[in-house]
Design a protein around this ligand. Structure first.
Ligand code: ATP
Ligand code: MG
Ligand code: MG
Length: 376
């Protein structure tokens, strides 16, 4: 079998390696932290992501290279493309690393995005806040995740503090109108190096404090909206020339329209439900897509609720795993996925649980009754 190199050694790389091994692939991760989530299950080169020599070594020792986060250094991406086979290319990274480039690409694909403005000064911000109205949200154009690098502006009086907080070290900024949504959904699209496209069923996503809390599948939105969301995600993946996975986050607006929030060219937290609930997991699908294998069936085999285990939930979940409750009932079967991270910091993603259930309402009740996740 071939060897797959992964830039990044976190939980996404770990689950990729665990899914790719049965297909006969070996994995080598490049990550500065030894014995991280991926290093525990795959070989690892311990070095900074920007270390050109380490990147060259990764290229030498592997047949295919992929990444598990999108903030890959542009020079390293270019070096890897030159020395190795990077089916996803560096263009997709370049587009999705920057919110303004990403929005332009989404609009070119025919998607609707929240009205937005590029912000280069406090005066820009004040004018844009007046034009777009409040509430609106100021975001750093690069580097944000889990809601970091964002400021929700509720009135013109907050312009100065929002700008002071985010415009540090010349950070590029974008202001977005706050979309009043019925719910958030996401679709994981896969496109293979042979051009085959497939989409997983949309997940309904509940965020708490800017961090994904739970995904519910099937999403509780009308069937025609679900079908439209899948079509839209496939169209975006094709338009961006994506290879591998492309996670597409959307708002299902109060006005009944779908707005695309952002995309990620990799496996996504909101696709973890696929691990036991679909015939093919998002991780297997990613490996298939980048290795030129036919794509697997994305069929949903059971309703499912995925709940994230953050640092503050880990003690409760560890106790639960020792109890008979961890086996579940006929109504709800929990499947545990812990990432093997050493430090359980608040807000840090330590694992997730897929609750396989007859009805997603039962999965949601299970979360309430576990007493581990405070009511949102
Ligand atoms: P991720 O971890 O998904 O990469 P991120 O830091 O890139 O997160 P976003 O996805 O842009 O952040 O925003 C985080 C959450 O904040 C969204 O899922 C949504 O709940 C809310 N949000 C962000 N932008 C908007 C908007 N324009 N209108 C309404 N809600 C928004
Ligand atoms: Mg993001
Ligand atoms: Mg997001």
């Amino acid at each position: 079998g071939a060897t797959i190199g992964v830039l990044g050694g976190g939980q996404l790389g770990r689950m990729m390696a665990l899914a790719g091994a049965p297909l006969g692939y070996r994995f080598i991760a490049l990550d500065p932290a030894p014995d991280g989530p991926s290093g525990q299950v795959a070989a690892q080169i311990v070095a900074a992501y920007s270390d050109q020599e380490a990147a060259a070594e990764l290229a030498r020792r592997t047949d295919v290279i992929t990444y598990e986060f999108e903030n890959v250094d542009a020079e390293v991406a270019a070096l890897l493309e030159e020395r190795s086979y990077v089916p996803q290319g560096s263009r997709l990274l370049y587009t999705t690393q920057h919110r303004l480039r990403e929005k332009a690409a989404l609009e070119a694909a025919g998607a609707t995005v929240a009205p937005y403005a590029e912000i280069k000064s406090e005066a820009d911000l004040d004018a844009a806040v007046q034009r777009l109205g409040t509430p609106c949200v100021l975001k750093t154009a690069t580097g944000g995740y889990d809601g970091k690098g964002q400021y929700v502006i509720r009135g013109r009086g907050e312009v100065t503090s929002a700008y002071a907080e985010l415009a540090v070290a010349g950070a590029e900024l974008v202001l977005e109108q706050f979309i009043a949504f019925r719910c958030e959904i996401s679709v994981i699209a896969a496109r293979s190096s042979l051009g085959e496209t497939s989409t997983f069923p949309p997940a309904e996503n509940i965020h708490r404090g800017g961090i994904l809390h739970a995904s519910i599948v099937p999403a509780r939105v009308p069937a025609d909206v679900l079908a439209e969301a899948e079509r839209l995600a496939a169209r975006i993946a094709e338009s961006l020339g994506a290879v591998g996975l492309l996670a597409v986050e959307m708002f299902y607006g109060e006005d009944g329209r779908l707005y695309v929030n952002e995309v990620a060219p990799r496996p996504h937290n909101s696709g973890h439900y696929t691990m036991e609930a679909c015939t093919t997991s998002q991780f297997e699908q990613h490996v298939r897509a980048i290795c030129g294998l036919p794509l697997g069936s994305p069929e949903l085999r059971t309703p499912v609720v995925m709940v994230n285990v953050l640092g503050e939930h880990l003690d409760g979940v560890t106790k639960l795993m020792l109890s008979p409750g961890s086996v579940g009932t006929e109504k709800v079967r929990p499947k545990f996925h812990l990432y093997g991270k050493a430090e359980a910091k608040t807000g840090r993603k330590m694992g997730h649980i897929n609750l396989l259930c007859g009805d997603t309402a039962d999965g949601l009740s299970w979360i309430d009754e576990a007493g581990i996740w405070p009511a949102g």
